[in-house]
Design a protein around this ligand. Structure first.
Ligand SMILES: Cc1ncc(C[n+]2csc(CCOP(=O)(O)OP(=O)(O)O)c2C)c(N)n1
Ligand code: SF4
Ligand SMILES: [Mg+2]
Length: 300
């Protein structure tokens, strides 16, 4: 998966598909400090997915894949839904779980990877829709947090079951009428970020994907904390423009409107004291590393 392990045999290089050659030679895996700024200037770990034109899930995927600290040592676990249309086009190891089972699969996988590679950090990242995370898979989601499993869960919250035509989800907002939920949601949006905190997650963020630098920051924090401290959860608003009647150019504005103060995707973060201390320590080490690199440059 990394350049260190995946190389194309010289004799076969010219007959490999050009996209595969580009992936092996020009992707950013293995590069320290990779991030969203590489998008558009390097070989991305995603090909053209078959989502609706302008679907915010595709920009979310691009930012997340660009931000993973070590994609070559990451396994992503997906579930059925619009996100599962994307995974076949992603250059990171991934598993398609049965709808709702993703956090159970990820638990076993992470434990197995820890045993199989005791000297190499392997990251597991679940990425699934709100129907998979909060409705049908809620039991598995919560139980993995209760057990303190060391991986990150990312929920693409589009507030309904998009892939099956618009049924009501636990994360749907109160009163919303969808194509296949004609009477309107009777209850408030389930407060999963709060539940995540109370269920043992050390880092929880609720936000939109309108700002790539923010997505990069929260993805990196979530992965680093999951490596050392315990479970982390990101709930990212990726509106289903098809179901809310927006055109392909309006997804970004929809996210900007929904992240204003008081709106349901205004930035919200919970972080445990242990994770806070860990991040502070990490920032300190990063600062010291930059300072010594600057000093070495000045002396050269
Ligand atoms: C076990 C099982 N139950 C139900 C389904 C049908 N199904 C496929 S996608 C989907 C909804 C997905 O909704 P969500 O997780 O919110 O993802 P989205 O499509 O909104 O991104 C459902 C119910 C299935 N494929 N497998
Ligand atoms: S149905 Fe909605 S969530 Fe699914 S790809 Fe289309 S816009 Fe995106
Ligand atoms: Mg959904």
């Amino acid at each position: 998966m990394s350049k260190e392990r995946i190389q194309i045999c010289e004799e076969f290089f010219d007959i490999m598909p050009p996209e595969y050659r580009a992936l092996v030679t020009n992707a950013t895996w293995g590069k320290e400090g990779r991030g969203w700024k590489d998008v558009g200037t390097s070989k991305e770990l995603i090909e053209q997915p078959s989502l609706c034109a302008g679907c915010p899930e595709s920009m979310a995927f691009r930012y997340i894949l660009a931000s993973l600290p070590a994609p070559e040592d990451t396994v992503m676990v997906g579930s059925t839904g619009c996100t599962s249309l994307v995974f076949p086009h992603v250059g990171v190891h991934n598993i398609h779980s049965l709808f709702g089972n993703q956090n159970a699969i990820a638990s076993g996988l992470k434990r197995a990877l820890m045993l199989r590679f005791p000297d190499r950090m392997k990251d597991v990242v679940v990425l699934a829709g709100d129907g998979a995370t909060v409705d049908i898979g809620l039991d598995y989601t919560l139980q993995s947090w209760f057990r303190g499993e060391m991986f990150t869960t990312i929920c693409f919250d589009n507030e309904l079951y998009a892939n099956t035509g618009g049924q009501e989800s636990g994360l749907m907002q109160k009163g919303f009428v969808a194509k296949m939920a004609p009477v309107g949601k009777k209850f408030d949006k389930v407060r999963l970020p709060e539940i995540a905190r109370e269920s043992g997650c050390h880092y929880v963020v609720n936000c939109t994907v309108s700002k790539p630098s923010l997505v990069e920051k929260v993805v990196k924090n979530a992965v680093y904390i999951a490596r050392e401290i315990g479970p982390t959860y990101l709930q990212l608003y990726t509106p289903c423009i098809l179901e809310i009647g927006k055109n392909s150019m309006e997804g970004l504005q929809e996210m900007r409107d929904s992240e204003k103060p008081g709106e349901r995707f205004a930035y919200k973060e919970f972080i445990s004291d242990q994770a806070k201390a860990f991040l502070a320590d990490l920032a300190e080490k990063e600062k010291a590393k930059k300072a010594s690199a600057k000093e070495a440059l000045a002396q050269a």
